[in-house]
Design a protein around this ligand. Structure first.
Ligand code: HEM
Length: 171
């Protein structure tokens, strides 16, 4: 009887000796997985970032806009704008959550179409630059793209809440 008890005691000790390091390894790898897991970025932060980059691309051209002198920089800026606008187009503006469920699909379609239009205009400007028509490119930017920016913001950008400071002021 006593021998049986001491045998089961030995089995328990042995199981603990095997289980403890296993648990330690498992615990370490789980916490490491946690530490390296990518932190999800909210869609509205992604949209803010894409819009900021679109803005920075256009601002990089300076007040003079597109001219023969900054041809290469203009091509670079227009490409950057197009890339970021494609990112923005795939996202849903935060305001969509506040739109009645029945109207939401139409709202999102309108948003997407306007950004597609912005990309189209940036491509038209790029083609004009490549053709050496710098004045035409600059006009597309100043007369058409900027108008679309304002229309897009009037319709799809939420008003800033009082005392609620975000990166997204009206630009
Ligand atoms: C044409 C050039 C455009 C430029 C340069 C531009 C630039 C910007 C900038 C600088 C912001 C603020 C980002 C921040 O919070 O830091 C912004 C926000 C926003 N823009 Fe535009 N935008 C453009 C066109 C458009 C268009 C066409 C639409 C809609 C179809 C649009 C929809 C929005 C929305 C919804 C936000 C708010 C994002 C959020 O709060 O998460 N933008 N944009």
């Amino acid at each position: 009887m006593r021998r049986a008890a001491s045998r089961s005691g030995r089995v328990l000790t042995l199981s603990l000796l095997v289980a403890a390091p296993l648990c330690a390894v498992l615990w370490t790898s789980l916490s490491r997985a946690d530490a390296t897991a990518s932190v999800p970025v909210a869609a509205d932060e992604q949209l803010e970032a894409a819009m900021s980059e679109m803005n920075a691309a256009l601002k990089s051209l300076g007040r003079g806009g597109i001219t023969a002198d900054n041809r290469d920089a203009a091509l670079e800026a227009l490409s950057k704008f197009q890339r970021e606008a494609i990112v923005a187009k795939a996202l849903t503006p935060p305001m969509a959550a506040k739109i009645d469920e029945k109207q939401r699909p139409e709202f999102v379609v309108g948003y997407r179409k306007m950004l597609a239009e912005s990309i189209k205009l940036a491509c038209d400007a790029e083609i004009a630059v490549l053709d050496g028509k710098f004045k035409d490119a600059d006009e597309i930017l100043k007369n058409k793209l900027m108008g679309l920016k304002k229309a897009g913001h009037d319709k799809y950008q939420e008003e800033e809440e009082e005392g609620h400071e975000r990166g997204g002021k009206r630009h």
